[in-house]
Write a protein that binds this ligand. Structure first.
Ligand SMILES: Cc1cc2nc3c(=O)[nH]c(=O)nc-3n(C[C@H](O)[C@H](O)[C@H](O)COP(=O)(O)OP(=O)(O)OC[C@H]3O[C@@H](n4cnc5c(N)ncnc54)[C@H](O)[C@@H]3O)c2cc1C
Length: 279
């Protein structure tokens, strides 16, 4: 098959115009698994790895803009990790060092697996997604973009170019449970973000629904039980109730990795534990 390796985004659009059925390839850590199992037979490939503008990040107004080509290794340490600690924590749980060096944020977003580890973080932090094509750029909120398990609102001619995350004064973490401690797809994952700027708590749940979910009732309830001036939780029973409410928001299924019942339990325990660590 023809494989084109453009070095600019304009070159990517040109290559897609010349071969509209070509598949985009980033780190290949999802893509090549599908090829190897015979589930994907691309008529052509447009590789994104050499497009340096996708591998940068910047602050733009009140947003952090992360290029879709940033790898998990890029997210897991340095300046991005100190600004976005939950995203860094999620990146550190992904695969092995080899996968973290190759796999990208954009690939996780475009695959939109229910178990994608960055997705609960993006959902909790109210991220939006930049989509670019020869026709122009559009930005979509996460709720509009993630349509179902492995289903997004991206058109075939569009490239996920960046993820936008609001800058807030927060404490945030990502916790994950799997069938072993490393190199594991999530059975349940949770991102809790305590937002001191807006005095609210935001919670993103992974692997317990077709897409990453929020837990609006738990979020609203717990915000009323935090002493925002002291940055503390006066009544320790708050943690457990918050965990139960988060578990109630899950929409898990039984599958080869876990029962729905365990997933609901686990996501509640993780949420409770994350809140305890953060406040
Ligand atoms: C051994 C192993 C362990 C793994 N462990 C984890 C884990 O713990 N947690 C986890 O979440 N995932 C895990 N994964 C899955 C995978 O690493 C991630 O989903 C990764 O983020 C995919 O990114 P990529 O750059 O490799 O994408 P690719 O495999 O190159 O592409 C994936 C899909 O996204 C599309 N795509 C890629 N980039 C773009 C873009 N910029 N715009 C539009 N479409 C695009 C491609 O066309 C393709 O359909 C694992 C995979 C392997 C093989």
């Amino acid at each position: 098959m023809p494989v084109v390796v453009p070095t600019t985004l304009a070159g990517v659009f040109e290559a897609l115009a010349a071969d509209p059925h070509a598949h985009l390839l980033a780190g290949g850590t999802d893509f090549m698994v599908e090829v190897n199992f015979g589930h994907r037979r691309p008529p052509g490939v447009v590789a994104l790895r050499a497009v340096s503008e996708l591998r940068s990040w910047r602050i733009e107004g009140d947003q952090i803009v992360l290029g879709s080509g940033l790898t998990y290794a890029d997210l897991a340490s340095g300046a991005i990790a100190s600004r976005l600690p939950a995203l860094a924590a999620a990146a550190r749980t992904v695969g092995s060092p080899q996968i973290r060096n190759a796999g990208t944020l954009g690939g996780n977003v475009a695959t939109a697996s229910p178990a994608g580890d960055t997705l609960p973080v993006l959902v909790a932090l109210d991220a939006s997604i930049d989509l670019a094509s020869a026709a122009g750029l559009r930005t979509m909120g996460w709720a509009e973009f993630f349509m179902g398990a492995k289903k997004t609102a991206r058109r075939p001619d569009e490239v996920v170019t960046a993820v936008r995350i609001p800058v807030i004064d927060s404490r945030e973490d990502y916790l994950k449970v799997g069938t072993r401690n490393a190199m594991v797809i999530s059975v349940a994952g949770v991102c809790v973000c305590v937002d001191f700027t807006n005095r609210r708590v935001q919670c993103g749940l992974g692997s317990v629904g077709p897409v990453a979910l929020r837990a609006p009732e738990a979020e609203g309830w717990v915000a009323e039980h935090i002493d925002w001036n002291a940055r503390a939780v006066p009544d320790p029973r708050t943690y457990e109730t918050f965990g139960s409410m988060v578990g109630a928001a899950a929409r898990p299924i039984d599958d080869h990795r876990s029962t729905a019942q365990y997933r609901r339990h686990a996501v509640g325990v993780l949420a409770q534990r994350a809140l305890m660590r953060l406040v």
